[in-house]
Design a protein around this ligand. Structure first.
Ligand SMILES: *Cc1c(COP(=O)(O)O)cnc(C)c1O
Length: 452
């Protein structure tokens, strides 16, 4: 089941790269331990078997999937060079490829004259965004919604910036009324807007938050680590579309190509709308330099050494599947959302289940219908295990009980959380596997109910 067909194209590419060094005197690198490579690889393979089958559509749990083959191969190809995108010396081609790939990401959000670079992931990208936010508004607070990623509170602590959480509504979004009450006091420097909450896919009301910015003047940072690419999908709800359409107005934005951009881990991206953000990174160059072609990426990045291979993989993927609305890549995202809607609909129409609010992106939250929060939680955990034993891997999520109020009105006034099931349907193939997923879920639900 593991794809190997593209290894032919890969070996041809290695030959082609090799040929470009033909003018050097012959040199065979020594490979210490060469005779034991097969043995050690076998051992590593045996260890790797201890994983869920993330590549398979019956893995419908956490946000995990292997990269696109072109990303895997382009990354591996770059490993014969191992470029370092810290400075142009160490990664000449791959630094140029990074600038191109990042410009394409910025263009997806309508930015032509941005500042940005790749980094290790969403955590580090958000760290850079909040670090700049703290330089712009020293002493002022950072706020994010309760369903925002927990990293913001932690990063703020690292940066020694005060942080506060803004309550959310029962659809997992930041509550605008609560935000206004809070920003009125004048001590909020930056509002983090979550464009796709990691647990549920909920999208904060960006248009309303931008209206508040007009009135109260704070900085807006969009955490679109998970959700950002969905701006390309043509089947979003009206409020989600309106929020994505205003993303070009935020001050900084994070997107994770290693989540929905088909990349291996180690690929996050930070973008600033105004290239002047570069002035905060230590450097000796004039500031016009930040948009020049000679820019050393190490001068606008907190990380020093960075993998050039990451840029090569992303660049190649975006060449194969351009970030165009209506394109092949965009259709894949639309299909994932369709799959989530289909699973949500099927479970909502089945009295054995309760479902959370409608999926905005590709995440479905659901639980077995039962007498109270405690039994629902216990049975969610049982179904999780039971489904796994039948080859279907879903995830567990601890979520506010009122997220399920439309489906189970008795939970509306429940103040606590419930343990629910969660499925990220991020593979376009998930759409075709909904009947199988439902069949196993139903069997698992049935067997845990009879056991009671
Ligand atoms: C995943 C995620 C992060 C953290 O990113 P990593 O790439 O895991 O470091 C931050 N914010 C959101 C909304 C995320 O989904």
């Amino acid at each position: 089941m593991l794809e190997r067909d593209t290894l032919k194209e890969f070996l041809a590419a290695v030959d082609r790269l090799d040929a470009s060094f033909a003018n050097l005197p012959p040199f065979e690198p020594a490979i210490p331990g060469r005779e034991r490579i097969a043995e050690v690889l076998n051992q590593a393979t045996d260890r790797l078997r201890d994983n869920y089958p993330y590549f398979h559509p019956l893995y419908a749990g956490q946000m995990l999937t292997p990269p696109h083959p072109v990303a895997r191969l382009a990354y591996a190809l770059a490993m014969w060079i191992n470029p370092n995108n810290h400075a142009l010396d160490g990664g000449r081609a791959s630094s140029a490829m990074e600038k191109e790939a990042v410009a394409e990401l910025a263009a997806m959000f309508g930015w032509k004259n941005h500042l940005g670079h790749l980094c290790s992931g969403g955590t580090f990208a958000n760290l850079e965004a909040l670090w700049v936010a703290g330089r712009v508004h020293p002493e002022k607070k950072i706020v994010a919604s309760g369903q925002g990623h927990y990293t913001h509170a932690r990063i703020s602590a690292v940066l020694q910036l005060p942080f506060e959480s803004i309550p959310g509504d029962r659809f997992g979004r930041m509550d605008l009324g609560a935000l206004e009450q809070r920003v009125k006091r004048g001590d909020i420097g930056t509002v983090v807007v979550t464009m796709g909450a990691t647990a549920t896919g909920a999208i904060d009301p960006l248009p309303g938050i931008l209206n508040l910015r007009e009135k109260y003047g704070f900085r807006v940072h969009a955490d679109a680590a998970y959700g950002g690419y969905f701006t390309l999908a043509n089947n979003l709800s009206a409020p989600a579309r309106q929020a994505f359409d205003r993303l070009s107005e935020v001050d900084s934005l994070v997107i994770d190509p290693h989540k929905h951009g088909l990349q291996p881990y180690g690929c996050g991206c930070i973008l600033f709308r105004d290239p002047a953000a570069g002035q905060f990174y230590k450097h000796d160059s004039p500031y016009t330099y930040f948009s020049s072609g000679d820019l050393h990426l190490g001068e606008i990045s907190l990380e020093c050494s960075r993998p050039g291979a990451t840029a090569v993989a992303l660049w190649a993927t975006q060449k194969l599947l351009p970030l165009a609305p209506g394109g092949e890549f965009a259709q894949g995202l639309a299909k994932s959302r369709e799959a989530a809607q289909a699973l949500h609909r099927a479970l909502a129409n089945d009295p054995r289940w309760i479902v959370g609010f409608e999926p905005e992106l590709d995440i479905v939250i659901y639980a077995p219908r039962d007498a109270n929060a405690q039994t629902i939680s216990r049975r969610s955990r049982e179904i999780f295990k039971e489904a796994a034993s039948r080859g279907l891997h879903v995830a567990l999520a601890e979520l506010p009980a009122n997220f399920f109020a439309d489906s189970a009105p008795e939970l509306k006034s429940e103040a606590g959380t419930i343990t629910s099931l969660r499925s990220v349907l991020m593979k376009p193939e998930h759409a075709d596997w909904i009947p199988q997923i439902l069949r196993i879920l139903t069997e698992a639900e049935d067997s845990t109910r009879r056991r009671l």
